[in-house]
Design a protein around this ligand. Structure first.
Ligand SMILES: C[S@@+](CC[C@H](N)C(=O)[O-])C[C@H]1O[C@@H](n2cnc3c(N)ncnc32)[C@H](O)[C@@H]1O
Length: 273
């Protein structure tokens, strides 16, 4: 197992990085409909300076850059992912990339109109410090947005597989160093950072069996690897996969996995009459 220096941030081995980047691209495509209304709510189209913290390979940053003529800055701790993001954003003259740590953002106080992150807080070592930093670099009356942060404790599906389901109920994330219960903590994190906070669930639509099947087939390598790494015998993996795909083909499987968002408004320093 080889770890490059950026692995401290993205928490993947060198062998896993290519699949991780593919997964981020797929996730970005599949969550566009959930993120877009949030971007409109926080005023991305009219903002002049936007910061995307933990921008990774830049697929989500590209959605932001498409939506505005303002300057969009993506920052990430991994040089490897920043290099990918540079290629993804090469044709966007309003996009800039930097390397840096979310716990110590290299920007002065009150710099950006909107500071966003997507799937970041579950991976940082100190989410409270990260939200404090995001609030610090936001201008008064500007917005901090965490657009998607899951909570594995709220994962539901039926028909179940009691032998296999626990492996996907957050254990794999915890083993990698992530917090599978970050979704429920968003309000506390944002309010503690002094933000006027609204919490919601971005994915309030239940996917069809066809959508779930497409997602599974795209991400199949990830699911099988989790089970193999947990020493689940090949026969049990085959049986689980057969039953799961059958339930999707028969149109009776239901999956729900809550993706929370938080919108925080930084109080205005300008006292209203
Ligand atoms: C799951 S990825 C999400 C990437 C991107 N936001 C997206 O949605 O496609 C999490 C990203 O956060 C970055 N990251 C984690 N901890 C960080 C930290 N302390 N400072 C900067 N980046 C960090 C990782 O390198 C990785 O690119």
């Amino acid at each position: 197992m080889i770890h490059s220096p950026g692995a401290r941030y993205h928490k993947r081995t060198d062998e896993e990085v290519a699949d991780f980047i593919k997964k981020l691209e797929l996730q970005a495509q599949e969550t566009t409909e959930e993120r877009l209304p949030l971007y409109l709510t926080v005023g991305i189209p009219h903002a002049s300076r936007i910061l995307d913290v933990g921008c990774g390979s830049g697929f989500v940053t590209r959605d932001l850059a498409r939506l505005t003529n303002g300057m969009v800055v993506g920052i990430d701790g991994s040089r490897q992912l920043i290099t990918v993001a540079q290629a993804i954003l090469a044709t966007f003259p309003n996009a800039y990339l930097a390397m840096g740590d979310a716990h110590r953002l290299p920007f002065p106080d009150n710099t950006f109109d909107v500071v966003t992150c997507n799937l970041l807080l579950m991976w940082v070592d100190d989410p409270q410090r990260t939200v404090h930093e995001m609030a610090r670099v936001t201008k008064p009356a500007g917005f901090v947005l965490a657009s998607l942060e899951p909570d594995y404790g709220g994962k539901l599906h039926w028909p179940e597989n009691p032998r296999i389901d626990p492996f996907f109920a957050g254990e794999a994330i915890r083993k990698k160093g992530g917090d599978p219960h970050i979704g429920r903590k968003l309000r506390s994190l944002f309010v503690t950072a002094g933000l006027q906070t609204t919490i919601g669930i971005g994915n309030n639509r239940i996917w069809t069996c066809e959508e779930d099947k497409q997602y599974y087939l795209h991400s199949r390598d990830f699911y099988i690897k989790v089970l193999k790494d947990a020493d689940v015998p090949a026969t049990a993996i085959d049986h689980w996969e057969y039953e799961y795909l059958k339930s999707l083909d028969e149109g009776l499987q239901l999956n729900f996995f809550p993706q929370f968002y938080a919108i925080g408004k930084k109080p205005s320093t300008d006292p209203k009459p």
